[in-house]
Structures are given as structure tokens and as C-alpha cells.
Design a protein around this ligand. Sequence first.
Ligand code: G
Ligand code: G
Ligand code: NA
Length: 253
Amino acid sequence: FELEMDLRKALAENELSLWYQPQVDLRTGRIVSSESLLRWTNGAKGYVSPGIIVSVAEKSGLISSLSTWVVNTALRQWSENRAAGLDLTMSINFSVSNLQERELPEFVDQALRTWNVPADKIVVEITESAVMDDYEKSIDTLKRLKEIGVKLSLDDFGTGYSSMSHLRMLPLDEIKIDLSFIKNMLQHKDDEKIVRAIIELGHNFDLEVIAEGVENQETADRLNEIGCDKIQGYLVSPALPRDQFQTFCDEFG
Ligand code: G
Ligand code: G
Ligand code: NA
């Protein structure tokens, strides 16, 4: 409850921020996109993880204000990056209850116009559990988001109950292989087999495949060999505040 009051205050007083983690195209070695990640350092409690922020927001009716803040901030900063010469794709995370909001696609459409962002520069990243909640309603929301022109990425791929049926049912552009499969794939042959299978599966559905949690060059090299399209992880960089992210991209080349 205390956290709920703090979050209300944080939203009102603009204490939250978005940080950005770069994503690299394995063929070209260039940064092509970033994932925006919610960050909050509370005076008394210190760092509060995005998972906790989102669950507090969902329980206290703040989720809609939170996602309004996230979408507006991400798109405004996309425009600022663009003005500074950085023309990347950006993914934005949406939670379970976001997909249950009827007005979400109209809101996103409006925000894209407000901040003058081409829809195809934005990727909506959803988790498998987010899709599970009310499947019919989620699919309807996702289809309407696609009609606006944004891309869709399915996060944590391979860990949920119904990864396969999502491929059939959802209008996806990208799947993100969960870091639990990536972390030890060089040591554990079974993990590598799963990663190979997910890449092949994704490509058969004409989807881009990105691996998250890539921490070393050997893993990146192996992923490149087996056809993975993109990587994200500490090997490239952790999430960075916007100004540092921009400097990082400039220096990365
Ligand atoms: O930054 P970190 O790796 O701790 O993020 C953990 C998870 O929190 C991410 O996988 C994502 O699902 C979720 N998350 C991060 N930022 C946001 C956000 O802005 N909105 C929502 N709904 N979830 C977020
Ligand atoms: O929302 P998403 O599933 O993208 O978040 C993944 C989580 O993994 C975040 O909490 C992020 O901080 C974390 N993360 C990002 N890169 C790495 C990495 O290379 N290794 C590990 N262990 N965690 C990472
Ligand atoms: Na994510």
C-alpha cells in the first residue's frame, strides 16, 4: 500500500525513467534497435524492479496511467534520438492488463501522431503470460495494434505453456528467445538444441529471432552460426539512461 502511494507520487512528480538496452544485428554487427525498460529509484526503498512496479500498478488501478506515461516517454525520446541522428527501432513492453484495455490501440495511434513517430519504428513487446490472460481480447487488441502498423514481439519465447499455438494465433513479427536457454547454451548441448529449433521455427514463420541475455562473444558467435538474427545482453551493454545510450550508440559505430 505504501508502494502504491509512492508510485502515485512518482507518476505525478515524474520520478520514473526509461532506460534503453541496445540490440545488435548479428550479420552487420550494428545496433539496429533498443528495448525501453522502466526504472524507478525510490527515495526510501531504493531500486524498485519493473516487475514490482507493474504488479503494484495493476493491483491499484494505476496501470493505465503507467502505460500512458511509458508510451509517451518512449515516443518522445524516440523523436529526440531521431533529431540527434539516431534512427533505430524501439521496443516497448506491454503488460497483461494493457492488452485488456479496449482503447489501447487508439491511444498508441494518437501518441505516434503526437510525437511524429513512424509506426514501423515501434515494436510492442508482450510476454507469453500477458497473452494467456484473456486470449480472445488479447488477440483482438494485438490485431488492432498491427493495423496501426507497429510490430509485435513475443518475449520469453519457449518458457510459456503455449508457445506453439501463439505462433499460429498471434500476428507476430519477432520472437525473443528467453535468456534461460541462452545463458548456458555453450555448456549444455540440450539448450543449444532448443535454441536451434526455436530459430528454425521462427524463420519458418517468417519471424525475426532475437536472443536475450547474451553475455559473451562465444555465445554471440554461435548464435550467428546457427542463424539467429539479433542479440541483446551485457556483451553489448546493459540498459542505459537515454543520454548515455545515445553516446554509446555514437561510439559503437
Ligand atoms: O529491466 P529488467 O530486465 O529488470 O526488466 C524485467 C522485465 O520487466 C522485462 O522483461 C519486462 O517484461 C518488464 N518491463 C520492463 N519495463 C517495462 C515497462 O515499461 N512496462 C512493462 N509493462 N513491463 C516492463
Ligand atoms: O523484459 P525482458 O525479458 O527483456 O528483461 C530481461 C531481464 O534480463 C531484465 O531484467 C534485464 O535487466 C536482464 N538482462 C539484460 N541483459 C542481460 C544479460 O546479458 N544477462 C542477464 N543475466 N540478464 C540480462
Ligand atoms: Na521485455
